[in-house]
Design a protein around this ligand. Structure first.
Ligand code: HEM
Length: 542
């Protein structure tokens, strides 16, 4: 498509006569000159306030080589390693051009605080909206300004402690997971794949009131040949799960293409989005019909009180617009599903390599909750008791430090502005960020800074969370400021519950991954971070 556009442009240029070409070239040069003069004026104005422009660290003027090197790294699951190399080379905050766009890269907590909180109004989500729109429409995760604040106000009450602390809905899905693991105790399994199914199952139950139950299926996603065929199968649940996974993958690449997102719009993507939308629309219609019937019979109070909590049912009390309902549900499914699956996968990745931590954690779990669900004389597993399981909390914190589910993120300046630090010889001067420029922040790297977390920052050591340190903007797995993750408590409860149940049922965990290159895992960093090779373990009872 891009080549076609280029060919067409060359044809058009060739057909133009000379004077027109000269005028067009002159106009283009004028545009570049005005832009340059404007840059000099703005840079001088900001320099008076002590702010400096960062030089570009890219190898060529437009950052074309930079783009290809990042693209290659992404394809080879080395993106974060390359980001690490750049920060090691150029410091905590540096500028680099990529395809002609100047990008400020930072792992400085002060700068991240400015972008996310103290200068929140200076930054937007950029092209995220367009990249996600075909799948997610208008929702909390994609909107800025008023659209975002309306979404947040609508959704926030649904994340109150009472709503997210009910663990009883999780048990049937964890039970299915345990059944999967018990089926082949002597073989290794890719537990990461199972966690992605678990969170799809639990999230669809929480949001729609009905789970897609993918853990009950014997086939894997790869076994499903045609999305349309499976969509037509029994109730379309398999088709939905597959189509949502596929669309999400395409969306990840659209996000990475930034302003070029429109280049990625294959037919299968459009078909998958249609399958996802039809599936959710059915639930929305059902919930709206239900609401109307209950209003007609004036028994609306009964509906809310007599049934278990379902996100969609609660939301139709607030809005009856089917598009808003569909979009917000999908936004939450996307925000909450892979992030929690990623956390669970990295927990087992690390526990399988740290038997001491596994044993200590299991001892706490058995002492507190017993060795099975509802053990006599032991505490029930719920929101409160999970919060008070100290070592479990420290393990979760430490895993999210080393492998935050969202390893890198960005915002786009909506006006000429500054970041507090990173400029000048000592790196302490404010940095100018021009309107339309991006600021990338990589929490995965910030969480590994030795000056912030100690000389053993790269080591998995949950005990560091018992040493009285208070990390604020240095530790940001759930983001910070007005757009802080809405599902934090839900996610920690789900992850904590799953860990407790698995360690109650199984006492032995073995690492079954193939040896890793340089001893580090291959990290797939799309929207969220997963292990590119899966997490192969044997989890069983001796
Ligand atoms: C370990 C699990 C999770 C992690 C690490 C995580 C992390 C994050 C991060 C970093 C953001 C900020 C994204 C941005 O602004 O660019 C975010 C936003 C969000 N998260 Fe989570 N999340 C997790 C689980 C969940 C769950 C389970 C839900 C819902 C059930 C959820 C709902 C949301 C929502 C709605 C937003 C958008 C908030 C807004 O823009 O106002 N998250 N999350």
């Amino acid at each position: 498509m891009a080549y076609y556009a280029l060919d067409q442009s060359i044809v058009v240029l060739k057909t133009m006569n000379k004077p027109v070409l000269i005028v067009l070239s002159a106009l283009f040069l004028c545009y570049l000159l005005i832009r340059r003069i404007n840059s000099i004026v703005v840079e001088r104005q900001f320099a008076k306030r002590g702010a400096v422009r960062l030089p570009s660290r890219s190898e060529d003027w437009l950052g074309i080589r930079q783009f290809f090197s990042l693209f290659r790294a992404l394809r080879n699951d080395k993106y974060l390693d390359v980001a690490q190399w750049y920060h090691n080379e150029y410091g905590t905050t540096f500028g680099a051009k990529v395809l002609g766009e100047m990008i400020t890269n930072t792992i400085d907590p002060e700068n991240i605080k400015a972008v996310l909180a103290t200068q929140f109004n200076d930054f937007d989500l950029g092209s995220r909206y367009e990249a996600f729109y075909p799948l997610l429409g208008d929702g909390i995760f994609t909107l800025d300004h008023q659209g975002w604040s309306r979404s947040r106000a609508l959704l926030r009450p649904q994340f109150s402690r009472q709503q997210v602390s009910d663990v009883s809905k999780l048990e049937p899905h964890v039970h299915n997971l345990i059944a999967c693991l018990s089926r082949t105790p002597t073989e290794s399994v890719d537990i990461q794949e199972l966690f992605y199914k678990l969170t799809m199952d639990s999230a669809t139950e929480f949001l729609f009131g009905e789970s897609v139950n993918s853990l009950k299926l014997t086939s894997t996603v790869e076994d499903i040949p045609e999305i349309n065929r499976t969509a037509a199968s029994s109730d379309g649940k398999q088709g939905f799960a597959y189509a949502f996974n596929y669309s999400q993958e395409v969306v990840s690449f659209r996000v990475l293409l930034q302003s070029w997102y429109w280049l990625m719009n294959p037919k299968k993507f459009r078909e998958s989005n249609a399958i996802v939308h039809r599936f959710v629309d059915d639930y929305v219609d059902k919930a709206l019909r239900h609401l109307r019937q209950s209003l007609e019979t004036k028994k609306d109070d009964e509906v809310v009180q007599s049934e278990r909590y379902v996100f969609l049912d609660a939301l139709v009390e607030e809005t009856q617009n089917p598009k808003i309902l569909r979009d917000q549900l999908l936004n939450i499914l996307l925000a909450g599903r892979d992030t929690t699956a990623g956390l669970l996968s990295w927990i087992f990745y690390l526990l399988a390599r740290h038997p001491r931590v596994f044993e200590k954690l299991r001892t706490e779990i058995i002492d507190t909750f017993g060795d099975s669900l509802n053990s006599p004389g032991k505490k029930p597993i719920n929101f409160e008791t999970l919060k008070h399981a100290t070592y479990l909390r420290h393990v979760l914190n430490e895993v999210l430090r080393l492998y935050p589910s969202v390893p890198q993120n960005f915002r786009v300046a909506n006006k000429d502005t500054t970041l507090p630090r990173g400029g000048g010889a000592d790196g302490m001067s404010p940095v100018l960020v021009r309107k339309g420029e991006k600021v990338f922040y990589t929490v995965w790297l910030m969480h590994r800074r030795r000056d912030l977390f100690g000389d053993d920052a790269e080591v998995f050591r949950p005990e560091r969370w018992a040493e009285g340190n208070t990390w604020m903007w240095e530790y940001l797995p759930f983001n910070g400021g007005p757009r802080i993750c809405l599902g934090q408590q839900y996610a920690l409860t789900e992850a904590g519950y799953t860990v407790v149940r698995l360690l109650q049922e199984f006492d032995t965990l073995e690492n079954r991954d193939l040896p890793e290159e340089d001893g580090v895992p291959s990290k797939r960093a799309l929207l969220t971070m997963s292990n590119a090779n899966g997490v192969h373990v044997r989890l069983y009872k001796k």
